[in-house]
Design a protein around this ligand. Structure first.
Ligand code: MF3
Ligand code: CO
Length: 258
């Protein structure tokens, strides 16, 4: 069932979204060469306590941490640990929080040090694919239109939309209907209506689209070891268009350079 949120629920998600943006910003600017990814998890827990919010991911189907940190060829769901960040890495920091009973979900990409120009171009294109979605999103638009927009943007540059992981509705639960694939056909799929809240998350590989899961049962990696990138925002559909609930102040900037 697709959930239509009440104004009160949207207001709670707007507050939660602002807090989540603040947390992701703090995490992104703290990332540096030599840092172990588990430090980002510890930091996220401290920030969640400071803002009095709870993690959405910890315990979700047994997931052990409050953030996912996926490096280079790791596509999504990287579990924070002892691995340290290297110069030239791209990392994706994905985080969800619960505030007043409502989840919000967002992911930023961080370029660490001297990232190769072709990888920078890739990361910026993935962010652009989400910005392109903002240009079309309003009531009446279909889920397939979103997937089409993302796929068109990334495939025109030779990158690939990963099929196994998708965006989703979000609210009282982290994952609600509808699924929002990163590929699709115009005019297909469920229709967006005012009061729906969706997490749109382009999950893109620089090479081909095939992925597999590591023995930890979570981390997805590209089969061809090509870099992968993900960005994500929680977006409310309004009567006239949309509102990005997880934006950082007035920006929807999803890419950081450290
Ligand atoms: N943003 C991701 C998603 O919507 C992260 C979920 S991590 C998990 O699927 F641990 F909660 F699964
Ligand atoms: Co999500």
């Amino acid at each position: 069932m697709i959930q239509i949120k009440t104004p009160r629920e949207i207001a709670a998600m707007r507050e939660g979204g602002k807090i989540l943006a603040e947390i992701l910003h703090e995490l992104a600017i703290s990332a540096h060469v030599g840092m172990a990814t588990e430090e980002l998890d510890i930091k996220s827990q401290a920030l969640m306590s400071k803002y009095d919010v709870a993690p959405s991911f910890k315990g979700y189907r047994g997931y052990p941490a409050s953030v996912c940190v996926s490096i280079n060829e790791e596509v999504v769901h990287g579990i924070p640990g002892k691995r340290t960040l290297d110069d030239g890495d791209i990392i994706k920091i994905d985080c969800g929080i619960i505030h007043k009973g409502m989840h919000t979900d967002s992911c930023v990409a961080v370029m660490i040090g001297n990232v190769k120009p072709e990888i920078r171009e890739f990361v910026n294109t993935v962010a652009k694919s989400l910005e392109n979605v903002f240009k079309i999103i309003k009531p009446g638009v279909r889920v397939g239109d979103i997937g089409h927009e993302i796929q068109k943007c990334v495939e025109s540059r030779g990158y690939s939309a990963v099929h196994e992981y998708t965006g989703h509705g979000v609210g009282k639960n982290l994952h609600e209907e509808p699924e929002i694939p990163n590929h699709g056909k115009k005019g297909k799929g469920p229709i967006l209506l005012p009061g729906m809240v969706i997490a749109v998350e382009p999950i893109i590989a620089m090479g081909n689209r095939f992925v597999y899961t590591l023995k930890d049962d979570w981390t997805a990696v590209t089969r061809d070891s090509s870099p992968s990138c993900q960005v994500e925002h929680t977006i409310a559909i309004t009567s006239s268009g949309y509102e990005v609930l997880t934006k950082y102040h007035d920006t929807t900037n999803l890419v950081y350079s450290q």
